[in-house]
Ligand binder design. Structure first.
Ligand SMILES: CCCCC/C=C\C/C=C\C/C=C\C/C=C\CCCC(=O)SCCNC(=O)CCNC(=O)[C@H](O)C(C)(C)COP(=O)(O)OP(=O)(O)OC[C@H]1O[C@@H](n2cnc3c(N)ncnc32)[C@H](O)[C@@H]1OP(=O)(O)O
Length: 218
C-alpha cells in the first residue's frame, strides 16, 4: 500500500490514545489478510446466500447441506479473532472492504469531498418482486455515509439518524452508482447526503447525521 493511501485510511491516532470511541483510532487496513484468494472466498459466500435465498431443497438435501455447513463452520470456528483484525471490513482492495454483510460495492472515488461507488444488490438482497430490500439500501448508505464522514473528519463517527427516501425501485443484479458526501459540518455534527442511481434514474436518496465520537467515548 502506498504511503498516501495509508495516511488516508490509517490516520495517526491522537493524544497517544489507542482507542477512539468504541472504535480503534488506528486499525490497520490491509490487502493481505485472508490470503490472495479471500475475495474469491467472499464471492463464494455471497453466491451461497444467493442460492439459499431462492432454493427449495428436499428434506434429504437439507440434511446433507447441514452436514456440509457444520463442517465449514467448524473450520471457521478455529480461526475466530477480534473484529479489528479480520479481513472482513479491513480489506480495502475488495468489494465492501471484504465485508460480506454489506452489499458489494467498489469505490471509484473517495476523499474529503465524498465517496462514489458502483454497487450491485445481489439476489440475496431481495425485498420483494425482484427489487432490493429497503433495509439493504439503508445498510449501503450507512456504510458509505460513514465512510464519507470518516474521510472528511479523519476520525470516527457514529450514525445518529439515517433517513432514506425510496424514490423508485432499486433493481437487483444491476450495477448502480451510489454517492455520499458531507453537506455540512457543525462541531461534532456531520450532516451527510447521498444518492443511489440506476443510470439517470434516482432510486433512493439519503439524509443522515453522524456524530464525531469524543476520545474514549464508547
Ligand atoms: C478509523 C479512523 C478514521 C479514519 C477514516 C478513514 C477510513 C474509515 C474507514 C472505515 C470507515 C468506513 C465506513 C464506516 C462504516 C460503517 C459506518 C456505520 C456506522 C454505524 O452504523 S454506527 C451504529 C448506529 N448508531 C448508533 O448505534 C448510535 C447510538 N447513539 C449514540 O451512540 C449517541 O446517541 C451518539 C454518539 C450518536 C450521540 O451521543 P453523544 O452523547 O456523543 O452526543 P449528544 O447526544 O450530546 O449529541 C451531540 C449533538 O448531536 C445532536 N444529536 C444527537 N443525536 C441526534 C439525532 N438523532 N437527531 C438530531 N440531533 C442529534 C445533539 O442534539 C447534539 O447537538 P448540539 O451539540 O447542537 O447540542
Amino acid at each position: 500500500m502506498n504511503d498516501a493511501l495509508d495516511d488516508q485510511w490509517n490516520p495517526t491516532d491522537q493524544d497517544g490514545s489507542p482507542h477512539e470511541g468504541g472504535f480503534r483510532a488506528r486499525f490497520d487496513v490491509t490487502t493481505e489478510r485472508g490470503g490472495p484468494r479471500y475475495g474469491e472466498f467472499n464471492e463464494q459466500v455471497r453466491l451461497l446466500m444467493d442460492r439459499v435465498r431462492y432454493a427449495c431443497p428436499t428434506g434429504e438435501l437439507t440434511d446433507e447441506l447441514i452436514a456440509d455447513l457444520k463442517s465449514i463452520n467448524g473450520k471457521l470456528a478455529d480461526v475466530q479473532i477480534d473484529e479489528w483484525h479480520t479481513p472482513a471490513g479491513t480489506r480495502i482492495d475488495l468489494p465492501a472492504r471484504g465485508n460480506i454483510t454489506v452489499p458489494p460495492y467498489d469505490v471509484t472515488d473517495a476523499g474529503p469531498d465524498g465517496v462514489t461507488a458502483q454497487i450491485t444488490f445481489r439476489p440475496y438482497h431481495l425485498g420483494g418482486n425482484d427489487a432490493a430490500h429497503g433495509g439493504q439500501v439503508a445498510v449501503a448508505f450507512d456504510d458509505l455515509g460513514g465512510m464519507a464522514s470518516a474521510l472528511k473528519i479523519q476520525g470516527v463517527s457514529r450514525t445518529a439518524y439515517l433517513t432514506v427516501n425510496y424514490r423508485s425501485i432499486t433493481p437487483l443484479r444491476t450495477p448502480l452508482t451510489i454517492r455520499t458526501w458531507v453537506e455540512n459540518l457543525d462541531g461534532r455534527k456531520v450532516y451527510v447526503k447521498g444518492t443511489l442511481h440506476e443510470g439517470d434514474r434516482l432510486c433512493a436518496d439519503l439524509d443522515a447525521l453522524f456524530i464525531r465520537l469524543k476520545p474514549g467515548q464508547p
